[in-house]
Design a protein around this ligand. Structure first.
Ligand code: SF4
Ligand code: SF4
Length: 539
């Protein structure tokens, strides 16, 4: 018999087939992107609310169905699937209420009748949601509990799958992703938060960006007069890539592995190295406006600015958690990093640009903690009871960054440095002006430990299968369409096409490629105002 672990991330899904008896990983399947339009949780929420939770749920289940087929096993031999993710992804997967997650205010939730939505652990038959898609007669699905409303199973996973809970010293854990979850622990007190870092932290929204997958540049280092690229190979291991001259744009020495794009950690490394080597004198300006890492792979000033928004949001959220909890910066002793970006990034470079505190003595890098927790529960059903008990014991407070004055002020300083090159001295003066503590000195002697070499430590003996094109098309009628094709030309992702079926006109949109709410250029450009995304349905 088999069990499956499934991590529903904001930027893509990851799943593993595991032999229940031998406990060996057989195969790993990942998607390169999320199947819903948009690159962050707010886009996904907005799509689900406006287009329908049923539609969003259907897209997610169809995608997971594609992944399950890739395992190529008898569906009746799958005994259990354990699923981890943030509350939005887990709610859409189960097709349960999500409006409470969109509206933080209690009075708004009360007016909608969506207060206190139950997100306890749940076990149910797989065929409740997979009937007609990928039927599994003997399979149950296990969803771990949320700690409370906004603190989901992914936050629970990052606390349980690192040393965070056992640590006696003040410590911070961050699951680096499009929505960076984080928690600070001081004695028994835990305060959670999340920073809407945006897709740049995982390489999306960057001109040559891609998610952490085969062919992605994950690190860059100086070698002689040039830069050596590290590129993720087909087994998700960091491998030696080409040697390049990033300023002149030449490849000095080739390699077996050809880079296809750059992931979030590669962007962090590139910026950190460019700062160290004096190639950036004032942020965000690069020599000639760009650095070249390979044929057609460049990092531009605009990319640096985009990455700065993400890195600045994470740094500001870390500082806000520390300041608002009354801890002194210097008293933070441990920082745990999880998620793909938290695993592959060179921690020293992350310290240099501020995505992990440079005043913390110990930095420890873990892998994909969500998939790790899902695996444990899938292999041992009793583990769920243990997780439920721990979740009930965790008395976590949640700090909303959106309403924190501290966050607002620090984030303004971050944006001023990333976008306008505000010098460090002025940053310090601004903090003083806002009555915020002085930023401490950067520590030079720190302990950095990497617990795993790749975010999915063991991809299994059948290896990794990457679903690059999920292949879900959404369709909506465009009744007044005159076939002017302005919407097609306007789409930055080439994600839509207008089709004419015997005089009836429809828009077809590639769900995975569409940028969703944050774009809407096709809606705005339509002279007939006939494009309505709320009418989209799976074709
Ligand atoms: S133009 Fe329309 S279809 Fe294209 S990415 Fe933007 S919202 Fe999606
Ligand atoms: S812009 Fe509007 S009218 Fe023109 S092709 Fe697109 S949907 Fe039709």
């Amino acid at each position: 018999m088999y069990v499956i672990s499934l991590d529903l991330g904001t930027s893509g899904f990851r799943s593993q087939l595991i032999d229940l008896e031998k406990k060996d990983t057989i195969k790993t399947v990942v998607t390169m992107g999320h199947p819903l339009p948009g690159g962050n949780v707010m886009d996904h929420l907005d799509f689900a609310i406006n287009t329908g939770v049923d539609v969003a749920h259907g897209i997610i289940i169809e995608t997971v169905g594609v992944m399950l087929q890739k395992f190529d096993v008898d569906p009746d031999k799958i005994e259990r699937i354990a699923v981890c993710g943030n509350p939005i992804q887990l709610s859409l997967f189960q097709n349960i209420e999500i409006r409470d997650l969109a509206y933080a205010g209690k009075s708004k939730q009360a007016s909608l009748g969506v207060e206190n939505v139950n997100r306890d652990a749940r076990i149910f038959a797989a065929n409740e949601i997979f009937k007609g898609i990928f039927e599994m007669g003997n399979c149950e699905i296990i969803i771990p509990p949320a700690i409370k409303h906004e603190i989901g199973a992914d936050a629970l996973a990052m606390m349980l799958e690192t040393d965070f809970m056992a640590q006696k010293e003040p410590c911070l854990v961050t699951d680096y992703g499009t929505n960076a979850e984080m928690a600070l622990k001081i004695g028994d007190k835990i305060i959670t938060a999340s920073a809407a870092a945006g897709p740049a932290i995982e390489g999306q929204g960057i001109s040559c960006g891609m998610l952490a997958g085969p062919g992605a540049i994950s690190d860059v280092n100086v070698e002689g007069d040039y830069w050596r690229l590290t590129v993720i190979d087909s087994s998700m291991n960091p491998a030696k890539g080409p040697l390049v001259d990033p300023v002149m744009g030449n490849e000095i020495e080739g390699s077996d592995i050809v880079p296809k794009g750059i992931t979030g950690t590669g962007v962090i490394s590139t910026i950190a190295l460019a700062l160290k080597e004096g190639l950036i004198e004032k942020l965000p300006e690069l020599p000639n406006g760009r650095l070249v890492l390979g044929p057609g792979i460049t990092i531009t000033d605009k990319d640096v600015e985009e990455a700065g928004k993400a890195i600045g949001a994470i740094r500001a959220a870390h500082m806000t958690l520390i300041v608002d909890s009354g801890l002194k910066y210097e008293d933070l002793k441990y920082s745990y990093m999880s998620g793909a970006t938290g695993t592959y990034v060179d921690a020293n470079k992350a310290r240099r640009i501020g995505s992990v505190p440079d005043f913390c003595e110990n930095i420890i890098q873990f892998g994909n903690t969500s998939l790790g927790l899902a695996r444990k529960i899938a292999l041992d059903r009793a583990k769920l009871d243990e997780v439920i008990k721990i979740a009930q014991k965790i008395k976590a407070d949640h700090l909303m960054m959106a309403s924190s004055e501290t966050f607002k002020n620090i984030y303004m300083c971050e944006l001023a440095s990333w976008q306008n090159g505000m010098p460090t001295e002025m940053y310090a003066q601004m903090l003083e002006m806002y009555n915020l503590p002085v930023y401490p000195k950067t520590l030079t002697d720190v302990n950095i430990e990497k617990k795993v070499v790749r975010d999915i430590d063991d991809v299994g003996y059948l290896g990794l299968d990457v679903v690059a094109d999920i292949g879900i098309t959404l369709e909506a009628p465009v009744v007044k369409c005159t076939l002017c094709h302005k919407c097609e030309k306007e789409c930055p992702e080439d994600a839509l096409v207008i089709v004419d079926k015997d005089g009836e006109r429809f828009v077809n949109i590639d769900s995975q490629q569409c940028l969703g709410t944050s774009c809407r250029r096709c809606v705005v450009v339509c002279p007939e105002q006939t494009m309505n995304h709320s009418l989209l349905r799976v074709k």
